[in-house]
Design a binder for this molecule. Structure first.
Ligand code: NAP
Length: 313
């Protein structure tokens, strides 16, 4: 029996593990893919205090080493179920079953898809959700980015340094991303911003499942809603980068803790969920800012509250 099972080994989960181990609790971290979460896809982190320009994979590795050298156990297994089992919690993975007196959920978010025909089949073969991971494949080519937040703006800027031409498509006139960043992107000679518009479909050579570009639909610049189904413009391109935000990885916890209408786990600022003994940290929690610094702060808070909970048993 573990004192604490932490689900997710991103910055929030690994920070929670560091704090819990420093309080000498028996800790297991379960992670479905690899440690680091979304930061391993970030080439350069510019906004983590005290570490300007640190690479995402280096930062993730340092967190992992710190947690494991303090004695946190980590298993790379996909969690499929979590439930109350008497006084404790049972966590079922695809390979095993574990028990703990407390849980910290730190499962983060997953990227949102456009839901277009052929989008799934073309992932990794023309359609990408990570410019820093796949941008180099499109050197000197034309690419399209869709989205209006900071991710889309950073992607457009990053890709402009590699690609011949970048089309940035956004469904509203106003961008959600930072003004200074938008100004920088607008000033790049090989970036063309098209608003208001949305990608209505993918141009595909279906026989060979080859991505050829996108076609655009007209949208309302205020609401972002599609005005007509008509194909207003075709753009030939070698790649599409979808950067339209993300959704919480919280489905498996739906019977255990309360979630809001978008699926984020409802919690207090000190990371307590609706279920005593279950805490939540990082992007999967209802919160404003979703950054590495807020995820690590959550990890510390969630672990500290879980430690209080364990000490009160
Ligand atoms: P986001 O801020 O939620 O922006 C998503 C964008 O995609 C919005 O502009 C949205 O349009 C658009 N969108 C959503 N669904 C769409 C659909 N079905 N079709 C077309 N467009 C759609 O997501 P994000 O850019 O990934 O950023 C997430 C958080 O991370 C933000 O807080 C951001 O500031 C932060 N972030 C920070 C950094 C950094 O500081 N280094 C880098 C990247 C991200 P509407 O505007 O019309 O809703």
């Amino acid at each position: 029996m573990y004192d604490m099972i932490i689900i997710g080994a991103g910055p929030a989960g690994l920070t929670a593990a560091i704090y819990a181990r420093r309080a000498e609790k028996k800790v297991l971290v379960l992670e479905g893919t690899t440690y680091g979460g979304q930061i391993i896809k970030t080439m350069k982190i510019d906004n983590y205090p005290g570490m300007p320009g640190v690479s995402g994979p280096d930062f993730a590795k340092a967190l992992y080493m710190q947690a494991t050298s303090l004695g946190a156990e980590i298993e790379f297994e996909n969690v499929i179920k979590t439930e109350r089992a008497g006084e404790s919690f049972k966590v079922t993975t695809e390979d095993d079953e574990y028990e703990a007196k407390s849980l910290i959920i730190a499962t983060g978010t997953k990227y949102r898809t456009l839901g277009l025909e052929y989008e799934k089949e073309l992932e990794g073969r023309g359609v990408s959700y990570c410019a820093t991971c796949d941008g180099a494949f499109y050197k000197d080519k034309t690419v399209v980015v869709e989205g209006g937040g900071n991710t889309a703006l950073y992607d457009a800027e990053y890709l402009a340094g590699i690609c011949k031409k970048v089309y940035l498509i956004h469904r509203r006139n106003e961008f959600r991303g930072d003004k200074a960043l938008l100004e920088r992107v607008s000033g790049l000679s090989n970036v063309e911003i098209i608003t208001p518009a949305a990608i209505g479909g993918l141009l595909v050579f279906a026989e060979k499942m080859r991505f050829l570009g996108v076609w655009l639909k007209e949208t309302d610049g205020e609401t972002g809603k599609v005005v007509s189904d008509e194909n207003v413009r075709e753009i030939k391109a070698a790649g599409l980068f979808v950067a339209i935000g993300s959704e919480p990885n919280s489905e498996i916890f739906s019977g255990l803790v309360d979630r809001d209408e978008r699926g984020y786990i409802i919690a207090t600022e000190d990371c307590k969920t609706s279920h005593p003994g279950v805490f939540v940290a990082g992007d999967v929690r209802t919160s404003g800012l979703k950054q590495i610094v807020t995820a690590t702060a959550d990890g510390a808070n969630a672990a500290s509250k879980a430690i209080d909970f364990l000490n009160s048993l």
